[in-house]
Design a protein around this ligand. Structure first.
Ligand SMILES: NC(=O)C1=CN([C@@H]2O[C@H](COP(=O)(O)OP(=O)(O)OC[C@H]3O[C@@H](n4cnc5c(N)ncnc54)[C@H](O)[C@@H]3O)[C@@H](O)[C@H]2O)C=CC1
Ligand SMILES: O=C(CO)COP(=O)(O)O
Length: 296
């Protein structure tokens, strides 16, 4: 039995706190107090040996600066995104606070609502420290099969990029372009995220695994995905603010599309789907964008 502190009581933090309770002693905390039997102060949660960080990618840098004190904890990052303001990956953001040997990143297909109902899935714990990855893989409940990998950058790129492709897939669906177009877009999206990942030293096989194709196929084909629903909203001509207000939850694909735009400009990378998603978020007509992507 391990002592686990979950930081962030949104959809994903709450679902993981539930899942990890099967085999462990779990407490949860967030900036707004919740009426939960295992809710504790941040100070208490940070005393746990194992910490699960469920704070979104766009907010975590400030959060770490203001709140985090490292005292040997083992940290599992469960967010998926690239910071828009800096283009930094989560492993870069965490590095000044947690040594590489103490940090792992979760990837794979996992809608929180299904995990909260104990429905099965398979996920990957990614860390350069194999022993730590195995240690975290042990905390998962019977209904989640856990694997380990050392490809941190591959997992990060795949988990963040699939949210952007999911926005594009939602637009495709919203415009009524059909299943052929959706499949074409998703498979080109997989190639695009793999090409991007390889430029950062990721392993090719990661992109055909659970955290790559697995999470992409899930997110880019279901209205259960917040990012997919952002795409549906854009297809209806709504702007970002309206969409986010209706959603009331995080959609990491938005910030990540801005981050990818900055990165592609600086590194001269060819990221056609991410580019169109960025441009649609900036007001380009979705019909035009999808035509630019899918016709000769
Ligand atoms: N919901 C899902 O199915 C899954 C979500 N994720 C990832 O997990 C991360 C969190 O997503 P959700 O929990 O679903 O989002 P959510 O919108 O349900 O909750 C976000 C949480 O972050 C906290 N938060 C936001 N800004 C904060 C700040 N400045 N300081 C402190 N806390 C702050 C909120 O209080 C809330 O607890 C995202 O990166 C998401 O991509 C990953 C896998 C599955
Ligand atoms: O990452 C997820 C499932 O694996 C959740 O996706 P959304 O944030 O698009 O809902």
């Amino acid at each position: 039995m391990k002592s686990i502190g979950v930081i962030g009581a949104g959809k994903w933090g709450s679902a993981l706190a539930y899942a990890f309770s099967e085999k462990n002693d779990v407490v949860i905390t967030s900036r707004t107090p919740r009426d939960l039997p295992n809710f504790v102060s941040l100070e208490e949660a940070l005393k746990c040996e194992y910490i699960v960080m469920a704070i979104p990618a766009q907010q975590v840098s400030t959060w770490l600066k203001e709140n985090f004190r490292f005292n040997g904890q083992k940290v599992l990052v469960v967010a998926k995104g690239i910071e828009a303001s800096s283009g930094r990956f989560l492993n870069d953001i965490y590095r000044p606070y947690v040594p590489d040997a103490n940090i792992a990143f979760l990837s794979g297909p996992s809608f929180a609502v299904e995990v909260q109902k104990s429905l099965p899935t398979a996920l990957v714990v990614n860390s350069t420290n194999e022993e730590l990855a195995r240690d975290f893989a042990d905390i998962f409940p019977s209904f989640i099969k856990s694997y380990t990998s050392t490809d941190v950058i591959g997992a990060e790129v795949a988990g963040a990029y699939k949210n952007v492709i999911a926005i594009a897939a939602g637009i495709c669906e919203g415009l009524g372009l059909g299943k052929n177009a959706a499949a074409a877009l998703i498979s080109r999206g997989l190639v695009e995220m793999q090409r991007f990942g390889l430029a950062y030293g990721a392993k090719k096989s990661t992109f055909t695994g659970l955290g790559g194709a697995g999470d992409l196929f899930l997110t880019a084909s279901s209205t259960m995905s917040r990012n997919f629903r952002v795409g549906l909203g854009l297809a209806k001509g709504k702007n970002q603010d309206e969409i986010l207000k209706e959603l009331g939850e995080v959609a990491e694909g938005i910030g990540t599309a801005y981050a990818l735009h900055e990165i592609s400009e600086h590194k001269d990378l060819y990221l056609p789907i991410a580019k169109e998603v960025y441009e649609m978020l900036e007001g380009k007509d979705p019909q035009e964008s999808l035509k630019d992507l899918l016709s000769k």
